[in-house]
Design a protein around this ligand. Structure first.
Ligand SMILES: Cc1ncc(COP(=O)(O)O)c(C=O)c1O
Length: 467
Protein backbone atom coordinates (compact mmCIF):
# COMPACT_ATOMS: atom_id res chain seq x y z
CA UNK A 1 0.00 0.00 0.00
CA UNK A 2 1.18 3.59 -0.45
CA UNK A 3 3.15 5.12 2.42
CA UNK A 4 0.58 7.82 3.11
CA UNK A 5 -2.44 5.52 3.45
CA UNK A 6 -3.15 3.99 6.85
CA UNK A 7 -4.21 0.35 6.95
CA UNK A 8 -7.86 0.92 7.90
CA UNK A 9 -9.98 -2.20 8.56
CA UNK A 10 -12.57 -1.36 5.92
CA UNK A 11 -10.08 -0.31 3.25
CA UNK A 12 -9.23 -2.84 0.52
CA UNK A 13 -5.77 -3.13 2.12
CA UNK A 14 -7.26 -3.80 5.55
CA UNK A 15 -9.71 -6.33 4.14
CA UNK A 16 -6.85 -8.05 2.33
CA UNK A 17 -4.74 -8.55 5.44
CA UNK A 18 -7.81 -9.79 7.27
CA UNK A 19 -8.58 -12.43 4.66
CA UNK A 20 -5.85 -13.39 2.16
CA UNK A 21 -2.72 -15.56 2.46
CA UNK A 22 -0.08 -14.28 0.02
CA UNK A 23 2.48 -16.45 -1.78
CA UNK A 24 6.21 -15.58 -1.58
CA UNK A 25 5.48 -12.95 1.06
CA UNK A 26 6.51 -12.58 4.69
CA UNK A 27 3.06 -13.25 6.12
CA UNK A 28 3.82 -11.48 9.40
CA UNK A 29 5.20 -8.34 7.74
CA UNK A 30 2.24 -8.29 5.41
CA UNK A 31 -0.13 -7.79 8.35
CA UNK A 32 1.52 -4.41 8.97
CA UNK A 33 2.55 -3.44 5.45
CA UNK A 34 -0.53 -4.51 3.54
CA UNK A 35 -0.74 -4.93 -0.23
CA UNK A 36 -0.58 -2.70 -3.27
CA UNK A 37 -4.08 -3.32 -4.62
CA UNK A 38 -3.93 -3.21 -8.40
CA UNK A 39 -7.11 -2.30 -10.23
CA UNK A 40 -6.35 -2.15 -13.93
CA UNK A 41 -3.73 -2.43 -16.62
CA UNK A 42 -3.03 -0.98 -20.04
CA UNK A 43 -0.08 -2.08 -22.18
CA UNK A 44 2.92 -2.14 -19.82
CA UNK A 45 1.22 0.01 -17.17
CA UNK A 46 -0.83 -0.92 -14.11
CA UNK A 47 -2.75 1.36 -11.76
CA UNK A 48 -3.36 0.85 -8.07
CA UNK A 49 -6.46 1.62 -6.10
CA UNK A 50 -5.14 5.09 -5.21
CA UNK A 51 -4.69 5.99 -8.88
CA UNK A 52 -0.91 5.65 -8.85
CA UNK A 53 0.47 4.12 -12.04
CA UNK A 54 3.48 1.86 -12.38
CA UNK A 55 5.49 0.41 -15.24
CA UNK A 56 5.06 -3.36 -14.82
CA UNK A 57 8.74 -4.14 -15.24
CA UNK A 58 8.16 -7.82 -14.37
CA UNK A 59 5.16 -8.60 -16.60
CA UNK A 60 3.45 -9.61 -13.35
CA UNK A 61 5.23 -12.84 -12.49
CA UNK A 62 7.28 -13.04 -15.74
CA UNK A 63 4.08 -13.82 -17.59
CA UNK A 64 1.85 -11.14 -19.10
CA UNK A 65 4.02 -11.06 -22.20
CA UNK A 66 1.55 -9.40 -24.54
CA UNK A 67 0.70 -6.70 -22.01
CA UNK A 68 -2.65 -5.54 -20.69
CA UNK A 69 -5.64 -4.76 -22.89
CA UNK A 70 -5.32 -7.47 -25.55
CA UNK A 71 -8.91 -7.52 -26.76
CA UNK A 72 -8.30 -10.50 -29.05
CA UNK A 73 -7.61 -12.66 -26.00
CA UNK A 74 -10.71 -11.38 -24.24
CA UNK A 75 -12.82 -12.19 -27.30
CA UNK A 76 -11.27 -15.63 -27.70
CA UNK A 77 -12.24 -16.46 -24.12
CA UNK A 78 -15.75 -15.05 -24.42
CA UNK A 79 -16.41 -16.84 -27.74
CA UNK A 80 -15.22 -20.16 -26.39
CA UNK A 81 -17.17 -19.76 -23.15
CA UNK A 82 -20.34 -19.28 -25.14
CA UNK A 83 -19.64 -22.19 -27.47
CA UNK A 84 -18.24 -24.88 -25.15
CA UNK A 85 -17.09 -23.62 -21.75
CA UNK A 86 -15.84 -27.02 -20.65
CA UNK A 87 -14.97 -30.41 -21.91
CA UNK A 88 -12.30 -32.88 -20.87
CA UNK A 89 -9.80 -35.12 -22.61
CA UNK A 90 -10.19 -38.34 -20.65
CA UNK A 91 -11.64 -41.56 -21.95
CA UNK A 92 -11.13 -40.72 -25.67
CA UNK A 93 -12.87 -37.29 -25.63
CA UNK A 94 -11.52 -34.15 -27.27
CA UNK A 95 -12.46 -30.73 -28.64
CA UNK A 96 -11.23 -28.40 -31.39
CA UNK A 97 -9.47 -25.74 -29.27
CA UNK A 98 -7.09 -28.26 -27.74
CA UNK A 99 -6.42 -29.97 -31.08
CA UNK A 100 -5.70 -26.61 -32.73
CA UNK A 101 -3.37 -25.60 -29.91
CA UNK A 102 -1.49 -28.90 -29.81
CA UNK A 103 -0.95 -28.82 -33.57
CA UNK A 104 0.34 -25.26 -33.42
CA UNK A 105 2.72 -26.06 -30.56
CA UNK A 106 4.09 -29.05 -32.47
CA UNK A 107 4.57 -26.82 -35.52
CA UNK A 108 6.56 -24.17 -33.60
CA UNK A 109 8.42 -26.54 -31.26
CA UNK A 110 12.14 -25.71 -31.31
CA UNK A 111 13.15 -29.38 -31.70
CA UNK A 112 11.04 -32.21 -33.14
CA UNK A 113 8.30 -33.12 -30.67
CA UNK A 114 5.65 -35.81 -30.86
CA UNK A 115 2.73 -34.90 -28.58
CA UNK A 116 1.53 -32.31 -26.08
CA UNK A 117 0.30 -32.90 -22.53
CA UNK A 118 -1.73 -30.06 -20.99
CA UNK A 119 -1.97 -28.84 -17.40
CA UNK A 120 -2.86 -25.62 -15.60
CA UNK A 121 0.38 -24.13 -14.36
CA UNK A 122 4.12 -24.35 -14.76
CA UNK A 123 4.29 -26.31 -11.52
CA UNK A 124 1.85 -28.90 -12.82
CA UNK A 125 3.75 -29.02 -16.10
CA UNK A 126 7.01 -29.83 -14.29
CA UNK A 127 5.25 -32.18 -11.91
CA UNK A 128 3.82 -34.01 -14.91
CA UNK A 129 7.25 -34.11 -16.52
CA UNK A 130 8.73 -35.71 -13.38
CA UNK A 131 5.93 -38.27 -13.35
CA UNK A 132 6.49 -38.99 -17.04
CA UNK A 133 10.22 -39.45 -16.40
CA UNK A 134 9.38 -42.19 -13.88
CA UNK A 135 6.75 -43.73 -16.17
CA UNK A 136 9.21 -43.65 -19.06
CA UNK A 137 11.89 -45.53 -17.12
CA UNK A 138 9.31 -48.06 -15.92
CA UNK A 139 8.43 -48.58 -19.57
CA UNK A 140 12.10 -49.07 -20.36
CA UNK A 141 12.38 -51.78 -17.72
CA UNK A 142 14.59 -49.58 -15.51
CA UNK A 143 12.20 -48.37 -12.79
CA UNK A 144 15.11 -47.68 -10.43
CA UNK A 145 16.04 -44.64 -12.57
CA UNK A 146 14.05 -42.29 -10.33
CA UNK A 147 16.60 -39.65 -9.38
CA UNK A 148 16.26 -36.26 -10.95
CA UNK A 149 18.96 -33.61 -11.06
CA UNK A 150 18.41 -29.85 -11.32
CA UNK A 151 20.25 -26.72 -10.16
CA UNK A 152 20.50 -25.05 -6.82
CA UNK A 153 18.66 -21.72 -7.21
CA UNK A 154 16.47 -23.26 -9.93
CA UNK A 155 12.79 -22.52 -9.74
CA UNK A 156 10.56 -25.19 -11.25
CA UNK A 157 7.37 -24.60 -9.27
CA UNK A 158 5.61 -25.46 -6.08
CA UNK A 159 3.79 -28.77 -6.14
CA UNK A 160 5.61 -31.31 -3.98
CA UNK A 161 7.60 -32.66 -6.94
CA UNK A 162 8.24 -29.32 -8.61
CA UNK A 163 9.23 -27.71 -5.29
CA UNK A 164 11.64 -30.63 -4.87
CA UNK A 165 13.01 -29.91 -8.34
CA UNK A 166 13.41 -26.27 -7.35
CA UNK A 167 16.66 -25.41 -5.68
CA UNK A 168 15.44 -22.54 -3.55
CA UNK A 169 15.90 -22.63 0.20
CA UNK A 170 12.49 -21.05 0.77
CA UNK A 171 10.71 -23.81 -1.19
CA UNK A 172 12.25 -26.45 1.06
CA UNK A 173 12.73 -24.93 4.51
CA UNK A 174 10.16 -26.10 7.06
CA UNK A 175 8.31 -28.09 4.38
CA UNK A 176 10.57 -31.13 4.75
CA UNK A 177 11.57 -30.92 1.09
CA UNK A 178 13.10 -31.83 -1.27
CA UNK A 179 11.80 -35.38 -1.50
CA UNK A 180 14.51 -38.05 -1.59
CA UNK A 181 16.04 -38.51 -4.99
CA UNK A 182 15.93 -34.84 -6.06
CA UNK A 183 19.55 -33.70 -6.40
CA UNK A 184 20.95 -30.25 -7.12
CA UNK A 185 24.14 -29.05 -8.80
CA UNK A 186 25.89 -25.67 -8.90
CA UNK A 187 24.07 -22.99 -10.91
CA UNK A 188 25.96 -21.92 -14.05
CA UNK A 189 26.59 -18.41 -12.76
CA UNK A 190 30.14 -17.43 -13.65
CA UNK A 191 30.13 -14.04 -11.87
CA UNK A 192 29.20 -15.63 -8.55
CA UNK A 193 30.66 -19.14 -8.63
CA UNK A 194 33.75 -19.07 -10.86
CA UNK A 195 37.10 -19.54 -9.16
CA UNK A 196 39.56 -16.62 -9.39
CA UNK A 197 40.83 -16.34 -12.95
CA UNK A 198 38.63 -19.16 -14.25
CA UNK A 199 37.42 -18.56 -17.82
CA UNK A 200 33.77 -19.10 -18.74
CA UNK A 201 34.74 -22.19 -20.71
CA UNK A 202 36.79 -23.66 -17.84
CA UNK A 203 33.93 -22.90 -15.47
CA UNK A 204 31.51 -24.72 -17.82
CA UNK A 205 33.89 -27.70 -17.95
CA UNK A 206 34.16 -27.79 -14.16
CA UNK A 207 30.38 -27.76 -13.76
CA UNK A 208 29.91 -30.50 -16.37
CA UNK A 209 32.53 -32.55 -14.49
CA UNK A 210 30.65 -31.92 -11.25
CA UNK A 211 27.49 -33.26 -12.88
CA UNK A 212 29.33 -36.28 -14.21
CA UNK A 213 30.85 -36.98 -10.79
CA UNK A 214 27.44 -36.73 -9.11
CA UNK A 215 25.91 -39.18 -11.61
CA UNK A 216 28.82 -41.56 -11.07
CA UNK A 217 28.53 -41.30 -7.29
CA UNK A 218 24.77 -41.89 -7.33
CA UNK A 219 25.03 -44.64 -9.95
CA UNK A 220 24.00 -43.80 -13.54
CA UNK A 221 21.46 -46.63 -13.42
CA UNK A 222 19.52 -44.62 -10.76
CA UNK A 223 19.38 -41.26 -12.56
CA UNK A 224 16.38 -40.57 -14.79
CA UNK A 225 16.47 -36.94 -15.88
CA UNK A 226 18.08 -33.54 -15.72
CA UNK A 227 15.79 -30.49 -15.56
CA UNK A 228 17.02 -27.04 -16.50
CA UNK A 229 15.73 -23.61 -17.32
CA UNK A 230 17.51 -22.37 -20.47
CA UNK A 231 18.07 -19.13 -18.55
CA UNK A 232 17.38 -19.36 -14.83
CA UNK A 233 14.72 -16.78 -13.94
CA UNK A 234 13.70 -16.72 -10.29
CA UNK A 235 17.20 -17.78 -9.25
CA UNK A 236 18.45 -14.35 -10.30
CA UNK A 237 18.33 -14.33 -14.12
CA UNK A 238 21.37 -16.52 -14.66
CA UNK A 239 22.58 -16.90 -18.24
CA UNK A 240 24.84 -19.95 -18.51
CA UNK A 241 28.22 -19.54 -20.25
CA UNK A 242 28.11 -20.24 -24.02
CA UNK A 243 29.60 -23.74 -23.83
CA UNK A 244 27.80 -24.91 -20.67
CA UNK A 245 24.88 -26.75 -22.24
CA UNK A 246 27.01 -28.39 -24.92
CA UNK A 247 29.16 -29.91 -22.17
CA UNK A 248 26.22 -30.84 -19.93
CA UNK A 249 24.35 -32.48 -22.79
CA UNK A 250 27.42 -34.59 -23.61
CA UNK A 251 27.38 -35.91 -20.03
CA UNK A 252 23.64 -36.64 -20.15
CA UNK A 253 23.96 -38.41 -23.51
CA UNK A 254 26.71 -40.64 -22.10
CA UNK A 255 24.26 -42.06 -19.55
CA UNK A 256 21.06 -41.76 -21.70
CA UNK A 257 19.59 -39.39 -19.11
CA UNK A 258 16.49 -37.49 -20.24
CA UNK A 259 16.73 -33.72 -20.60
CA UNK A 260 13.74 -31.55 -19.65
CA UNK A 261 13.80 -27.85 -20.56
CA UNK A 262 11.68 -25.69 -18.30
CA UNK A 263 10.64 -22.90 -20.67
CA UNK A 264 8.02 -21.49 -18.33
CA UNK A 265 9.74 -18.06 -18.39
CA UNK A 266 11.89 -18.33 -21.51
CA UNK A 267 9.22 -19.63 -23.88
CA UNK A 268 7.41 -17.48 -26.43
CA UNK A 269 9.89 -14.85 -27.58
CA UNK A 270 11.29 -13.78 -24.21
CA UNK A 271 14.93 -14.35 -25.19
CA UNK A 272 14.65 -13.16 -28.80
CA UNK A 273 13.71 -16.56 -30.21
CA UNK A 274 10.39 -18.27 -29.82
CA UNK A 275 12.06 -20.63 -27.32
CA UNK A 276 15.04 -20.36 -24.99
CA UNK A 277 15.94 -23.86 -26.16
CA UNK A 278 16.98 -22.29 -29.49
CA UNK A 279 18.78 -19.36 -27.86
CA UNK A 280 20.80 -21.67 -25.60
CA UNK A 281 21.34 -24.62 -27.98
CA UNK A 282 19.41 -27.32 -26.11
CA UNK A 283 17.98 -30.57 -27.49
CA UNK A 284 15.50 -31.57 -24.78
CA UNK A 285 13.29 -34.64 -24.70
CA UNK A 286 10.54 -32.64 -23.01
CA UNK A 287 9.73 -28.92 -22.85
CA UNK A 288 7.50 -27.33 -20.24
CA UNK A 289 5.67 -24.14 -21.24
CA UNK A 290 3.24 -21.93 -19.33
CA UNK A 291 3.04 -18.17 -18.54
CA UNK A 292 3.57 -16.55 -21.98
CA UNK A 293 1.66 -19.40 -23.63
CA UNK A 294 -1.59 -17.58 -22.84
CA UNK A 295 0.16 -14.31 -21.97
CA UNK A 296 -1.17 -15.10 -18.47
CA UNK A 297 -4.72 -14.18 -19.45
CA UNK A 298 -5.80 -17.61 -18.30
CA UNK A 299 -4.04 -20.52 -16.55
CA UNK A 300 -2.62 -23.16 -18.88
CA UNK A 301 0.61 -25.08 -19.32
CA UNK A 302 1.84 -27.43 -22.01
CA UNK A 303 4.40 -30.20 -21.84
CA UNK A 304 5.92 -31.18 -25.16
CA UNK A 305 7.28 -34.73 -25.33
CA UNK A 306 9.39 -36.19 -28.11
CA UNK A 307 8.83 -39.54 -29.86
CA UNK A 308 11.37 -41.32 -27.63
CA UNK A 309 9.24 -40.44 -24.60
CA UNK A 310 5.80 -40.72 -26.17
CA UNK A 311 6.35 -44.13 -27.72
CA UNK A 312 7.53 -45.50 -24.39
CA UNK A 313 4.71 -44.04 -22.29
CA UNK A 314 2.11 -45.15 -24.84
CA UNK A 315 3.40 -48.72 -24.58
CA UNK A 316 3.47 -48.48 -20.78
CA UNK A 317 -0.11 -47.16 -20.61
CA UNK A 318 -1.13 -50.15 -22.70
CA UNK A 319 0.62 -52.45 -20.26
CA UNK A 320 -0.96 -50.73 -17.20
CA UNK A 321 -4.29 -50.38 -18.99
CA UNK A 322 -4.60 -46.58 -18.84
CA UNK A 323 -2.34 -43.50 -18.64
CA UNK A 324 -2.95 -42.61 -15.02
CA UNK A 325 -2.04 -38.92 -15.11
CA UNK A 326 -5.10 -36.66 -15.19
CA UNK A 327 -6.33 -33.17 -14.31
CA UNK A 328 -9.98 -32.13 -14.63
CA UNK A 329 -8.88 -29.01 -16.49
CA UNK A 330 -6.16 -30.56 -18.68
CA UNK A 331 -6.56 -28.81 -22.05
CA UNK A 332 -9.52 -26.75 -20.83
CA UNK A 333 -11.20 -25.39 -23.99
CA UNK A 334 -11.29 -21.75 -22.86
CA UNK A 335 -7.63 -21.83 -21.86
CA UNK A 336 -6.72 -23.60 -25.09
CA UNK A 337 -8.63 -21.06 -27.21
CA UNK A 338 -6.94 -18.14 -25.45
CA UNK A 339 -3.50 -19.73 -25.80
CA UNK A 340 -4.10 -20.44 -29.50
CA UNK A 341 -5.06 -16.80 -30.01
CA UNK A 342 -1.99 -15.66 -28.07
CA UNK A 343 0.20 -17.72 -30.39
CA UNK A 344 -1.53 -16.05 -33.35
CA UNK A 345 -0.75 -12.63 -31.86
CA UNK A 346 2.93 -13.54 -31.40
CA UNK A 347 3.00 -14.27 -35.13
CA UNK A 348 0.74 -11.49 -36.44
CA UNK A 349 2.58 -8.82 -34.47
CA UNK A 350 6.03 -10.32 -35.07
CA UNK A 351 6.78 -10.29 -31.36
CA UNK A 352 10.09 -12.09 -31.90
CA UNK A 353 11.17 -9.33 -34.32
CA UNK A 354 10.01 -6.65 -31.87
CA UNK A 355 11.95 -8.26 -29.00
CA UNK A 356 15.06 -8.35 -31.16
CA UNK A 357 14.62 -4.67 -32.03
CA UNK A 358 14.09 -3.70 -28.38
CA UNK A 359 16.90 -5.87 -26.99
CA UNK A 360 19.76 -3.39 -27.62
CA UNK A 361 17.80 -0.61 -25.89
CA UNK A 362 16.89 -2.82 -22.95
CA UNK A 363 20.11 -4.77 -22.44
CA UNK A 364 22.28 -1.84 -23.53
CA UNK A 365 20.39 0.63 -21.33
CA UNK A 366 20.67 -1.63 -18.29
CA UNK A 367 24.38 -2.22 -18.95
CA UNK A 368 24.92 1.54 -18.77
CA UNK A 369 24.04 1.15 -15.08
CA UNK A 370 27.38 -0.61 -14.63
CA UNK A 371 28.74 2.90 -14.06
CA UNK A 372 26.73 3.00 -10.83
CA UNK A 373 28.74 2.25 -7.68
CA UNK A 374 26.26 -0.39 -6.53
CA UNK A 375 25.93 -2.39 -9.74
CA UNK A 376 28.26 -5.40 -9.98
CA UNK A 377 26.78 -7.32 -12.88
CA UNK A 378 24.06 -6.86 -15.49
CA UNK A 379 23.03 -10.06 -17.25
CA UNK A 380 20.24 -11.22 -19.51
CA UNK A 381 19.07 -12.06 -23.02
CA UNK A 382 16.26 -10.53 -25.04
CA UNK A 383 13.82 -8.88 -22.65
CA UNK A 384 14.80 -10.55 -19.39
CA UNK A 385 17.61 -9.25 -17.21
CA UNK A 386 19.07 -9.15 -13.74
CA UNK A 387 21.03 -6.33 -12.14
CA UNK A 388 23.12 -7.52 -9.21
CA UNK A 389 23.93 -5.04 -6.46
CA UNK A 390 27.19 -5.66 -4.61
CA UNK A 391 29.07 -4.22 -1.67
CA UNK A 392 32.39 -4.32 -3.52
CA UNK A 393 32.56 -4.21 -7.30
CA UNK A 394 36.22 -5.30 -7.38
CA UNK A 395 35.75 -8.51 -5.40
CA UNK A 396 32.03 -9.09 -6.18
CA UNK A 397 31.47 -9.23 -2.40
CA UNK A 398 27.74 -9.18 -1.69
CA UNK A 399 25.95 -7.32 1.07
CA UNK A 400 24.94 -9.29 4.13
CA UNK A 401 21.52 -10.63 3.09
CA UNK A 402 20.01 -9.54 6.44
CA UNK A 403 20.51 -5.92 5.37
CA UNK A 404 17.80 -6.34 2.75
CA UNK A 405 19.50 -4.07 0.20
CA UNK A 406 17.72 -5.65 -2.79
CA UNK A 407 14.28 -5.42 -1.15
CA UNK A 408 15.00 -1.79 -0.20
CA UNK A 409 15.85 -0.98 -3.83
CA UNK A 410 12.73 -2.85 -4.93
CA UNK A 411 10.60 -0.71 -2.61
CA UNK A 412 12.20 2.52 -3.78
CA UNK A 413 11.55 1.50 -7.41
CA UNK A 414 7.92 0.96 -6.50
CA UNK A 415 7.81 4.39 -4.87
CA UNK A 416 9.10 5.79 -8.18
CA UNK A 417 6.35 3.97 -10.08
CA UNK A 418 8.23 0.91 -11.30
CA UNK A 419 7.50 -2.69 -10.40
CA UNK A 420 10.60 -4.92 -10.43
CA UNK A 421 11.50 -7.96 -8.35
CA UNK A 422 14.34 -8.31 -5.87
CA UNK A 423 15.86 -11.79 -5.81
CA UNK A 424 18.21 -11.27 -2.90
CA UNK A 425 20.25 -8.33 -4.16
CA UNK A 426 19.59 -9.02 -7.83
CA UNK A 427 16.87 -6.83 -9.25
CA UNK A 428 15.11 -8.63 -12.05
CA UNK A 429 13.39 -7.19 -15.10
CA UNK A 430 11.02 -9.03 -17.41
CA UNK A 431 8.72 -6.43 -18.96
CA UNK A 432 5.82 -7.23 -21.27
CA UNK A 433 7.31 -8.00 -24.68
CA UNK A 434 5.27 -5.24 -26.31
CA UNK A 435 7.24 -2.57 -24.41
CA UNK A 436 8.52 0.22 -26.68
CA UNK A 437 11.79 2.13 -26.66
CA UNK A 438 10.40 5.13 -24.81
CA UNK A 439 8.94 2.91 -22.10
CA UNK A 440 12.23 1.04 -21.77
CA UNK A 441 14.05 4.35 -21.29
CA UNK A 442 11.47 5.48 -18.73
CA UNK A 443 11.75 2.16 -16.88
CA UNK A 444 15.52 2.42 -16.64
CA UNK A 445 15.37 6.10 -15.62
CA UNK A 446 13.01 5.24 -12.77
CA UNK A 447 15.27 2.37 -11.75
CA UNK A 448 18.29 4.67 -11.63
CA UNK A 449 16.39 6.83 -9.12
CA UNK A 450 15.85 3.74 -6.97
CA UNK A 451 19.55 2.86 -7.27
CA UNK A 452 20.53 6.37 -6.19
CA UNK A 453 18.22 6.14 -3.16
CA UNK A 454 19.77 2.78 -2.28
CA UNK A 455 23.28 4.18 -2.69
CA UNK A 456 22.40 7.04 -0.36
CA UNK A 457 21.22 4.55 2.25
CA UNK A 458 24.24 2.25 2.08
CA UNK A 459 26.66 5.20 2.17
CA UNK A 460 24.75 6.88 4.95
CA UNK A 461 24.86 3.70 7.00
CA UNK A 462 28.51 2.94 6.17
CA UNK A 463 27.64 -0.40 4.53
CA UNK A 464 29.92 -0.20 1.52
CA UNK A 465 33.50 -1.26 1.01
CA UNK A 466 35.96 1.63 1.46
CA UNK A 467 35.54 4.18 -1.37
C1 LIG B 1 10.99 -21.50 -14.68
C2 LIG B 1 9.70 -21.72 -13.94
N1 LIG B 1 9.18 -22.94 -13.90
C3 LIG B 1 8.01 -23.20 -13.28
C4 LIG B 1 7.33 -22.19 -12.64
C5 LIG B 1 6.06 -22.50 -11.93
O1 LIG B 1 4.99 -22.00 -12.66
P1 LIG B 1 3.58 -21.75 -11.96
O2 LIG B 1 3.79 -20.66 -10.96
O3 LIG B 1 2.69 -21.40 -13.10
O4 LIG B 1 3.18 -23.00 -11.30
C6 LIG B 1 7.83 -20.88 -12.66
C7 LIG B 1 7.12 -19.79 -12.00
O5 LIG B 1 7.64 -18.70 -11.84
C8 LIG B 1 9.06 -20.65 -13.32
O6 LIG B 1 9.61 -19.44 -13.34
Amino acid sequence: MSESTPLRPNSPEGRDVASVIHPLTNLKTHLEKGPVVVTEGDGVWVTDIHGKSYIEGMAGLWCISLGYGQERLVEAAADQMRRLPYYHLTNHKSHSPVIDLAEKLLEIAPVPMSKIWFANSGSEGNDSAARIVWYYWSAMGQPERRKIISHRQAYHGNTIASASLSGMHYNHASFGLPLDGFLHVTPPHHYRFAQPGESEDDFATRLADELDALIQAEGPETVGAFFTEPIMGSGGVIVPPPTYFEKVQAVLAKYEILLVADEVITGFARTGNMFGTTTMGLTPDMIVCAKGLSSAYIPISALMVNARVFDAIAAESDRVGIFGLSFTYSGHPVSAAVAREALAIYEDEDIVGHVRRMTPHFQGGLRELLDHPLVGEVRGEGLVAGVELVRDKATHAPFDSDLGIGPFCNQRAEDHGLIVRAIGDTISFCPPLIINQEEIEEMIARFRLALDDTWEKVRGEGLIAAE
